[in-house]
Design a protein around this ligand. Sequence first.
Ligand SMILES: [Zn+2]
Length: 303
Amino acid sequence: MKRVSIICAPAVEEHVTALLEEIGAEGQMIVPVRGIDGQNTDDDGEPAETAKLQIEVTLDPDRAEKLLQRIQSDLIAASSAIAAYESDIPEEDPAESHVTTAEEQARLTPDEVLQQFKDGNRRFRSGHITRRNHPEQVRKSAVGQFPKAVVLSCLDSRVPVEDVFDQGIGDVFVARVAGNLVNEDILGSMEFACKAAGAKMILVMGHQHCGAIRGAIDDVQMGNLTSLLAKIKPAVVMSKDFPGEQISSNPLYMRHVARNNVRYALSQIRTRSPILKEMEEKGEIKIVGAFYRLTDGTLEFIE
Ligand SMILES: [Zn+2]
């Protein structure tokens, strides 16, 4: 498709409109362009003599060509108060407006959900995330949600969960807490997500350069943060055999503790939630861990 833009004085507008009707160009948009004295309208609200109008029409190449020829022969030849030019409108893929339905959620296996998330992460890393029609997805998802998975992630602003997996509105439950740790409320949320709402996968995602992991290693004491960091300490204990400097300025040690923190969360889910453990044993859900690399958006899966 082509876009033809016509800029003309108000006096010529009537001729342009007649020509557009003759060509069969619809959907014109008339935009007042600021006049040379800065006024677009006079005291009566009519276009000022000095104002210009911009009229844009979208039409197929043949009619765009015909319109430009007619403007040239009928109008531009007779008046300097008009100019016209055409530009290409790129063909775009329609934005995704589909949301996951109950049938799709029921049909998906836990392995398929994991594969979808891996594929989504590949699109995210390569800069080819799905273009989404959010207003349409909001409207469609308002009547009910059938998410495929529940993700437990850190609070960190650099880990945008839906984006990392290229998932849309209604696709994923997200629980976030600094250090992606498991507690009673998180377990209750996961049980709701899987047992009541049909999610097929629990994914616990830790990440590189995690401030909560650093805080636990450095034994930071501050208000309510102290008790939060205490819940990460088991991962520090699990890492006591790490060969190398066990300090928070050692990125390899930080990664090691963060990965153990994910393993600890996975074990907590299985030991503290008989509901989720049973669902996993029956193959109804998958419980997996991952470590997200901030530096390149890659996921390392943790068994
Ligand atoms: Zn973090």
